[in-house]
Design a protein around this ligand. Sequence first.
Ligand SMILES: Cc1ncc(COP(=O)(O)O)c(C=O)c1O
Length: 455
Amino acid sequence: MTDPMTDDHFSKHHDDFATMTRDDISKIHDDIATMQGGSATTQAGVDMIQTAFAQRIGGLRFGLNTPVYKFERIKQAKRHAVQVNPDMALIDLGVGEPDAMADDAVVRVLQDEATKPENRFYADNGILEFKRAAATYMRDVFGVVDLDPETEIIPVVGSKSALAMLPAAFIDPDDVVLMPSPGYPVLATSGAYYGGRVVSLPLHEEHAFLPDFTALSPDDLQQAKLLYLNYPNNPTGAMASAEFFEQVVDFARQHSTVVVHDAAYAALVFDGVKPLSFLAAPGAKDVGVELHSLSKSFNMTGWRIGFMAGNAQIIKAFAAVKDNSDSGQFIPIQKAAAHALAHPEITRQTAQKYARRHALLCRVLALSGFRVQPPGASFFLYTRIPRRVRGGVTFASAADFSDYLIREHLISTVPWDEVGPYVRFSVTYEAATLQDEERVMQAVRDRLERVTFEF
Ligand SMILES: Cc1ncc(COP(=O)(O)O)c(C=O)c1O
């Protein structure tokens, strides 16, 4: 996945044949030939396709000289480390997906419903049974009591596709999308596709990884059309408070900004804390929507199901775009998801596992000197990298440190350098039992204790 915060997509690609030298063009032809494995595509055919690419994906340069992005770099480093160390198992603490299957009963509903002929049709903008289940879930889990399932809830084929579609309903050229950094980039990428200007809201640890709206310029405030937020947050694991959400409602009213709260991890909270919805803030429904996903809370990433809830006008506009983009999720998946939503105890059990794993991981990392505190939610643990290894390498960036962990210790993490050098550990590693979890953590300890980190 590309990260628009650092992505060349945001720089304009003005190259064209008129301003390029013959050598440049010939180099592009060589690159294309390499890319295509030396296939027999004619030069004219290559030029025709390459010159047809839209500027928003890089235009003439699309697919050429592409920098290696973070996740690809990690993949390559993992592959290389495993090759060089065939006897050592890779410990993957970088995965952003649950390690477990969906609940058995949920799978059984899918199996049963998939055999029924009446469920075979396009589902368009969703079945009422799922929307009602979503409204009940919002009431029971988040205390949001007043959602109309028909007008204030709409199923989505995963929150990612909803985030990609929303800007079509709101963003005209030069409108501003306010985007926390670091963050899940999809709304910003899509906003930029529509000509929007992405303004970054840096998330600083000193500010509890909450955005500081007072740092925005008058111009940005004036043009701010969409504000994306995500709490509990990927990657920082930070949580928002009810007071913060109230401030967001005030901000949105004051600047006529539509709020999109991505609540992908909202139900995965620990220690008996009540899950918090943006929609529980007074007036939230006047200014925004919230996206819920079954991917993380019900271990259903590949199923592609979630829902948007909140402001009826936003949902109506989104539905119009969605109607022209997909034909809805398979009805048996919606029915199985409705069953899952009626059983929030599934999420609570998963959350208990993550809380236990966070405690184990924090203990191990603290022994190596990392400043860590178990997060209150999500499966992410975000921490500042060490400066160097005593008597060894110095880390210029989180990407450097993450490379080092893979190369030297076969431990995979995800680096973030947007606002200070941090790494994200994820507790979704494969371990079937508590003993397995302890074994994995002991292995992390054994590997890390060979060196002394300086912070
Ligand atoms: C913050 C955030 N939002 C949305 C998503 C995508 O979720 P879905 O599977 O519902 O598309 C992810 C997945 O990693 C995420 O981390």
